[in-house]
Design a protein around this ligand. Structure first.
Ligand code: IPE
Ligand code: MG
Length: 232
């Protein structure tokens, strides 16, 4: 969700106002997913690298997390949205950690939309924590080192229970993954738009979905094979 700061600066507003405006885009995007029956949405809210920002901006973003959770969880729950967080949450204040736990518990039974918030998340961190879990299992004698496979590692990655992402959308003009879901994005269609996150709306989301609908997903096969398989 890139471009909050530039959106604000272009209006001579402080960057934090851009983040606040970005929350409105989150709400719109979640509503669009519900309308369209999209089953899972993962939002990159705060990367493990974002701590390098000025401390004032970091603390405003943390306040926004706290306030947004307090305000939005009831409505998400009513809309049958399951909320969960991926990333190293131990770096957050105990208040925020408590809100995260409560929101996950409250919405755990919901099925309309899996809404995943990546916060203090990094794809390299994710791969590393998955390796550590495998090592723990080897040390506990539950798993032989030779049994470590792509599948056993995949099972320890965050959101391993969800389908792999079909579509990645990056707003704000950069053509980078920036340490988002590195493992999980292996076969994901990558969509980049110059639109800044606060102005990303259902029309822009629709453009990304239309673009996605016209991609041929080959997963290593040839175009001819895929046409035979799909009867296209
Ligand atoms: C929001 O956009 C992403 C967060 C880390 C919260 P930015 O804050 O990166 O906005 P730009 O790139 O400065 O415009
Ligand atoms: Mg940015």
């Amino acid at each position: 969700m890139d471009g909050n700061g530039r959106w604000a600066r272009a209006r001579m507003l402080p960057r934090a106002i851009g983040h606040r405006e970005g929350v409105k885009s989150v709400r719109r995007t979640v509503e669009t997913c519900i309308d369209k029956g999209i089953g899972a949405l993962t939002l990159f809210a705060f990367s493990s690298e974002n701590w390098r920002r000025p401390s004032d901006e970091v603390s405003k973003i943390m306040d926004l997390f706290v306030n947004t959770l307090k305000k939005e969880v009831a409505a998400l729950d009513r809309n049958n949205v399951r909320l969960r967080f991926i990333g190293d949450r131990s770096a957050f204040s105990s208040n925020l950690q408590q809100l995260i736990r409560d929101s996950e518990l409250q919405t755990a039974g919901n099925r309309q939309l899996e809404l995943v918030i990546a916060a203090n998340y990094g794809g390299q961190w994710d791969i590393t924590q998955a390796c550590r879990k495998l090592v723990d299992r080897v040390q506990a004698g539950e798993l032989q080192a030779e049994e470590i496979t792509q599948q056993s590692l995949a099972q320890e990655m965050c959101i391993a229970d969800l389908p792999l992402p079909d579509l990645f959308i990056r707003t704000g003009g950069e053509r980078r993954i920036s340490n988002f879901l590195l493992w999980q994005l292996a076969y994901t269609e990558l969509y980049f738009t110059d639109i800044l996150w606060p102005v990303f709306d259902e029309v822009e989301f629709g453009k990304a979905l239309d673009w996605f609908a016209n991609r041929q997903r080959r997963f290593g096969r040839t175009g001819e094979q895929v046409e035979q398989l799909t009867g296209a």
